[in-house]
Ligand binder design. Structure first.
Ligand SMILES: Cc1cc2nc3c(=O)[nH]c(=O)nc-3n(C[C@H](O)[C@H](O)[C@H](O)COP(=O)(O)OP(=O)(O)OC[C@H]3O[C@@H](n4cnc5c(N)ncnc54)[C@H](O)[C@@H]3O)c2cc1C
Length: 343
C-alpha cells in the first residue's frame, strides 16, 4: 500500500527542521510556501551588491540538540560567531556591551534556510488559502488555483495568526489555541550610505550592532560587518521596537523608513553621510508575545493536523528549529507506531 505524503505549509526554519526529521525517517514530505524561496523570517533583501538581513539577524544556541546542529553548520562554514562587538545606546551614550554568544549565517541569514531545504520538495509561490478533508486524505488549495493532495497529514509551520485563519473552518480548537499565542509586529528599515559612518571614540570603535533600550529603535545592525560581506557598502538594518511598530503598523513604508533613519541620526554622536538607498519592510508577525519553553513546543491534533513554529516555544530561531525538530520526531514515532499496529 502506498502511504500518502505529509504536507508542511511554511518553509521557515520550523517547517524545514520538521521536514528534515521526517525525511530522515523515510517519510515523503512536500513543503509549500507563499514566498519565492524558503526561509520565512530569515529573509534578506538584495539591492545591487548590498545584502540586508531583513528579519532575524543572529541567533543563540543554548539547547544541546540545537548546539549539535550548529556544530555541523559551523563545520560546513554556514554559520559563524557574530557579533563579537555588540554595543548598547543609553542616556550615558554609546558603550560596548558584551552579550551572550551569538551566530549568524554566512553570507546571509537565508543561506541557512537554503541549506536546510537542499534535497527537500519545496513548492514556492504557493500561498495556501484552504485545507480540506476528504476520504482520500487532506487537500490544500493554493491562491494560484492549484490543488495539492491527497496528504496523510498537514503540518502548519506558520505564525499563529496565519495558521488560525486556515484552521478556523476545519479545526476550531486548534485555531483557538493559535489565537491564544498572539504575535507582535516589527518594522525593519534598510539604509545604505555613500561612505562608512564616522568612527566612534571608544575602547571598541568598530561597532557591529547596537541595542537601544528605549524606542523607537530596538536594534541597529551593520550588515557589512557580517562575515562574507565586508566588501559591501555601509548598510544598516534599523529594527523598530514593538510599541512603535504597533503604533505605526499601517503607515506607508517610505514614511516609516524616514522616521527610523531620523531616530538613528538623532542618537548617533556624529553627522551621518548621505543615504543613497532607504526602504522599509513590515513584519506583521515578527515574534510571539508569550514564551512557553516548558511545553512540548508544538501542537498535534488527533486528526492529522499539527502545528509548529517559534510561537509554540519562544520567539527565536533556536525555538523555531527546536519546535519543528520535536514535531518531526513526534510524527515519525506516531506514524511508525500506527504501521506496527496494522502490520
Ligand atoms: C525583525 C525580526 C528580527 C528578529 N530577530 C531575531 C534574532 O535576532 N534572533 C532570533 O533568534 N530570532 C529573531 N527573530 C525571530 C526569528 O526570525 C523567528 O523566531 C523564526 O525565524 C521563526 O521561524 P518559523 O519557521 O517559526 O516561522 P517563519 O520564518 O515565519 O516561517 C513561516 C513561513 O510560512 C510562510 N507562509 C505564511 N503563510 C502562508 C500560507 N498561507 N501559505 C504558504 N506559506 C505561508 C511564510 O512565507 C514563511 O516562509 C526575528 C524576527 C523578526 C521578524
Amino acid at each position: 500500500m502506498t502511504v500518502a505524503p505529509l504536507a508542511i505549509i511554511g518553509a521557515g526554519i520550523a517547517g524545514l527542521a520538521c521536514a528534515r526529521v521526517l525525511v530522515d525517517h523515510g517519510r515523503a514530505v512536500q513543503l509549500f510556501d507563499k514566498a519565492r524561496g524558503p526561509g520565512g523570517r530569515l529573509a534578506n533583501r538584495r539591492v545591487d551588491e548590498t545584502v540586508f538581513d531583513l528579519g532575524a539577524q543572529h541567533f543563540t544556541a543554548r539547547h544541546p540538540a540545537f548546539r549539535q546542529a550548529l556544530s555541523a553548520w559551523r563545520d560546513a562554514g554556514l554559520v559563524a560567531p557574530w557579533p563579537t562587538r555588540p554595543w548598547r545606546v543609553t542616556a550615558d551614550g554609546w558603550q560596548p556591551a558584551p552579550d551572550a554568544e551569538r551566530f549568524t549565517a554566512v553570507p546571509r541569514m537565508s543561506a541557512l534556510a537554503r541549506h536546510l531545504a537542499e534535497g527537500l520538495e519545496v513548492h514556492t509561490g504557493q500561498r495556501i488559502i484552504a485545507i480540506r478533508s476528504t476520504p482520500e486524505g487532506w487537500w490544500l488549495a493554493a491562491e494560484t488555483n492549484a490543488h495539492h493532495g491527497p496528504f496523510a497529514g498537514v503540518v502548519l509551520a506558520l505564525p499563529t495568526p496565519q495558521a488560525a485563519v486556515l484552521l478556523g473552518p476545519i479545526a476550531p480548537e486548534l485555531a483557538a489555541a493559535c489565537t491564544q499565542r498572539p504575535m507582535t509586529p516589527c518594522w525593519a528599515a534598510c539604509v545604505r550610505f555613500s561612505t562608512r559612518l564616522p568612527t566612534l571614540e571608544a575602547p571598541a570603535p568598530d561597532w557591529q550592532t547596537a541595542a537601544f533600550p528605549t524606542g523607537p529603535l530596538h536594534r541597529v545592525i551593520r550588515n557589512h560587518t557580517k562575515p562574507g560581506r565586508h566588501a559591501q557598502s555601509e548598510s544598516l538594518t534599523l529594527l523598530a521596537d514593538v510599541a512603535w511598530s504597533i503604533d505605526h503598523l499601517e503607515d506607508d513604508p517610505d514614511t516609516v523608513a524616514a522616521a527610523l533613519l531620523a531616530a538613528f541620526a538623532a542618537q548617533y554622536p556624529a553627522p551621518l553621510p548621505a543615504a543613497e538607498l532607504l526602504t522599509a519592510h513590515r513584519w506583521r508577525y515578527a515574534q510571539p508575545v508569550t514564551a512557553d519553553s516548558d511545553g512540548p513546543g508544538y501542537r498535534s491534533g488527533g486528526n492529522g493536523l499539527a502545528l509548529c513554529g517559534d510561537a509554540w516555544r519562544d520567539g527565536r530561531i533556536e525555538d523555531a528549529w527546536l519546535s519543528g525538530h520535536a514535531l518531526g520526531h513526534h510524527l515519525a514515532t506516531r506514524l511508525a507506531d500506527k504501521e506496527n499496529l496494522h502490520a
